[in-house]
Design a binder for this molecule. Structure first.
Ligand code: FAD
Length: 406
């Protein structure tokens, strides 16, 4: 299948972006087109297994310097002026071909684990971040549990870190943990008394076991699994941030992750838009292209506007974070806008393309089609890294105040 026209280049103008971000977009697009696109269909349609963690792609991303983009020169990063803006731009470019690859290998690795280490204190930052930047280890970020995820209050959490001589012993189960089947290290949020502490554990430590990957509706490259802790020892110097202040540290990384989910949503919407707008310009019904019907012209005009708005939102959130160190409301807006757009666009793109939208591989010709995996992959964006209802709550807090919203 020939590559569809990239409408973002015509309809969206990176006019406000700094030169360094535009350069990163060009370079990462080249990488994504050369390295991810040829294997994207296989990646996006092969169900999860222990063997399916894409080690070669992880290594290729490290070798191409992608993990340098978010970080300062002192830990081997690029030292960009607007690192968050560049980071979310990377996610859009990778997510255009494989949203779950972008989510697992860049949002999970570079943002959730990377930003956790960035703010973990000098010892952990200097020991581990240079290795992450060089792509030398796979990390996981674990807050969710079988009975707790949206609500991470101490009363709800069951993974406990007991204080012992020289450190802590962790017992409990974390669920849905991205990359855990391949991880070397894990940042794990634990209950310590009535507070929480975020600990950085070695996945080879005695007492840690990882179950087989979950079989999910989509996001196949994003392998999730339960991680079980049976009195796993973590030394005092592997506390992330401060003892009993773990939730704050975890939520800080998740705020950046949400901008990333917004960017991946834009990527999925753009990919679905590009494929389907090309298809309906060629496919004829009643003697004229499907796109000749004004119904679809208006739909696609509306989506062009929504893509522009969602892209501008994630970029603005990232830029604001780079300039001020906080963008909580904007990150929530970017996440909701991008993730809901992706679901809507994928659904309508399939509708416009009919059976050619619904099919994965056409047996008679061997042709492959992208929309069904985009539709499956889009849904989780509305749920993970903070369900969209919670994001609306965050936004509403800034409108009405916590006294009213709680
Ligand atoms: C592919 C994938 C990867 C993941 N990766 C990780 C990971 O690496 N690390 C990790 O820790 N977790 C991970 N998760 C877990 C993910 O973050 C949670 O699924 C998510 O936070 C939602 O939690 P839950 O599924 O337990 O839903 P629940 O907390 O049970 O919530 C269920 C639903 O309740 C509704 N709801 C919640 N709060 C409100 C409210 N205030 N108002 C109205 N409605 C509300 C929402 O619709 C929500 O979807 C992953 C999950 C998936 C599927």
């Amino acid at each position: 299948m020939t590559a569809p026209i990239r409408h973002a280049d015509q309809l969206f103008n990176d006019v406000f972006l700094p030169d360094e971000t535009r350069r990163i977009r060009r370079e990462v697009r080249q990488f994504a087109d050369d390295v991810v696109r040829p294997v994207a269909h296989r990646l996006n349609t092969t169900p999860e297994s222990r063997q399916s963690f894409p080690h070669p792609l992880f290594k290729a991303m490290g070798a191409a310097g992608l993990y340098k983009i978010p970080f300062g020169a002192d830990v081997g990063g690029l030292g960009l002026e607007f690192p968050t803006l560049a980071t979310v731009t990377v996610l859009e470019e990778l997510g255009y071909h494989s949203p779950s690859l972008a989510s697992a290998l860049f949002d999970g690795q570079a943002i959730l684990v990377g930003q956790t280490l960035e703010h973990a204190g000098p010892l952990l930052r200097e020991k581990y971040l240079p290795k992450l930047v060089r792509g030398e280890f796979v990390g996981s970020f674990a807050t969710s549990e079988p009975e707790a995820s949206t609500d991470l209050s101490p009363g709800n959490m069951q993974t406990i870190a007991e204080k012992v001589e020289g450190g802590f012993r962790i017992s409990g189960t974390k669920r849905w943990i991205t990359n855990s089947v391949a991880a070397d290290y894990i940042a794990v949020l634990c209950k310590t008394g009535q507070r929480q502490t975020f600990l950085f554990a070695d996945m080879r430590a005695p007492g840690i076991s990882v179950s087989d990957p979950d079989r999910k509706m989509g996001n196949y490259v994003q392998l999730t699994a339960d991680v079980n802790f049976d009195r796993v020892f973590v030394a005092d110097d592997h506390v992330i941030g401060n003892e009993n202040a773990g939730l704050r540290a975890a939520l800080g990384a998740l705020m950046l992750g949400r901008m990333g989910i917004g960017a991946i949503g834009v990527a999925m919407a753009q990919a679905a838009f590009d494929f389907s707008s090309g298809y309906i310009s060629r496919r004829k019904v009643f003697g004229k292209p499907v796109a000749a019907f004004q119904h679809w012209q208006f739909r696609y005009a509306d989506y062009a506007m929504r893509i522009e708005m969602a892209r501008s939102l994630y970029q603005k959130a990232a830029l604001l974070y780079d300039k001020t160190g906080n963008a909580e409301t904007e990150a929530a807006m970017a996440k909701v806008a991008g993730s809901e757009l992706a679901v809507d666009m994928a659904r309508d793109a399939i509708q416009a393309c009919g059976a050619y939208g619904f099919v994965q591989t056409l047996s008679a010709t061997g042709e492959t089609f992208p929309l069904e995996s985009i539709y499956r992959d889009a849904k989780i964006g509305e749920i993970y890294e903070g369900a969209n209802e919670v994001q609306r709550w965050v936004i509403a807090r800034h409108i009405f105040g916590r006294d009213i919203t709680g």
